[in-house]
Each structure stands twice: as C-alpha cells, then as structure tokens.
Design a protein around this ligand. Structure first.
Ligand code: HEM
Length: 146
C-alpha cells in the first residue's frame, strides 16, 4: 500500500485530535450495543446485559483505550502494517476466535464517533484517508485467518 503525504498528514491529524479514553470507550460501547453478538467475546468483562450496563462498565472503558493504542501501532511504520499486526491477528483468530467481519464493524463505530467529535473538520478528504487506513489495518488483522 502506498500513502501520499496528504494521506499520512490526514491520518496523523485524526489521531492527534482523539481523546483515546473517551473515543475508545464510546466506540467499543457502540459496537456492543449496535452489534450485540459481539458481547460474547467479552465474557470476562462482567455485566454487558444492556446499554446502561455497557456504558457504566469500567472494563469496556479500559479496553476502549487499549484498542486505540493498538490502532496507533500502525502509525509507527505505515509501510509495514501487516507485519505490525501479525501477533494481534494471531491472538484474535486463534485464541479469541473473533469472527473477522467484526473488525470492520468496530472500525465503522470508530468512524461514527470520530465524525461526531471532529464535525466539519472530518472533511471528505480526511474521511477518505481514514477509511483507507482502517481498510489496511483490518486486512492486516484478518491475515492470520485461513
Ligand atoms: C484484545 C486491538 C477488534 C475482541 C485486544 C488487544 C488489542 C486489541 C491491542 C489487547 C491484546 C493483548 O492484551 O495483548 C484490537 C484492534 C481491533 C480489535 C486494533 C480492530 C480495529 C476486536 C473485535 C473484537 C475484539 C472486533 C470482538 C468483537 C477482543 C477481545 C480481547 C481483545 C475479547 C481480549 C480482551 C481481554 O480479555 O482483556 N484487541 N481489537 N477485538 N480484543 Fe481486540
């Protein structure tokens, strides 16, 4: 995958604008509420029975930050994203057995949250670079699945 200087700048601008704690929590909350089957993977997180419980769950909040930190890893080497995610891909496929279609869903939830935060600054050009970035990360996470 090739990145233009504009795309790199756009992706960095999105990350720079993000408050990991609140954006991570809200994105994961949306995933669990909008796509309720995703709750099954988080058996260790305690009460995820309804929207109120998910919103108040401290493990959801903490894990939201972990996911964003995981996404940020891609920035360190934008030309080797596949390599960066080799072990996370293996973890999600072999140990956690997460259906890989869910990666895209989490990406979509994150995009919705980012749009609500950045508002008019989330221009079509910024969104285009952001979606490309998510596609590459999701493809890298799917890589260890057969
Ligand atoms: C754990 C990143 C999508 C389920 C993790 C960890 C990271 C991460 C960094 C911690 C790994 C460790 O402790 O070594 C990501 C990224 C995703 C993504 C970047 C996509 C953009 C998903 C999806 C699901 C999921 C869609 C399920 C629907 C889990 C579970 C854990 C985990 C169950 C273990 C949580 C725990 O028990 O602490 N993920 N993840 N992940 N992920 Fe993901």
């Amino acid at each position: 995958v090739k990145w233009t200087a504009e795309e790199r700048a756009a992706i960095e601008a999105v990350f720079a604008s993000l408050d990991y704690e609140s954006v991570g929590r809200e994105s994961l909350t949306r995933l669990l509420v909008v796509y309720p089957w995703t709750r099954r993977y988080f058996g260790g997180f305690g009460n995820l029975f309804n929207t109120e419980a998910i919103m108040a769950n401290p493990k959801v909040a903490a894990h939201g930050t972990v996911v964003l930190q995981g996404l940020e890893m891609a920035l360190e080497d934008m030309d080797n994203i596949k390599k960066t995610y080799a072990s996370l891909s293996e973890l999600h496929s072999e140990k956690l057995q997460v259906d890989p279609g869910n990666f895209q869903l989490l990406g979509d939830c994150l995009t919705v949250v980012i749009a609500t935060r950045m508002r008019t600054e989330f221009t079509p050009v910024i969104q285009a670079a952001w979606q490309k970035f998510l596609c590459v990360v999701v493809a890298a996470l799917r890589r260890q699945y057969n």
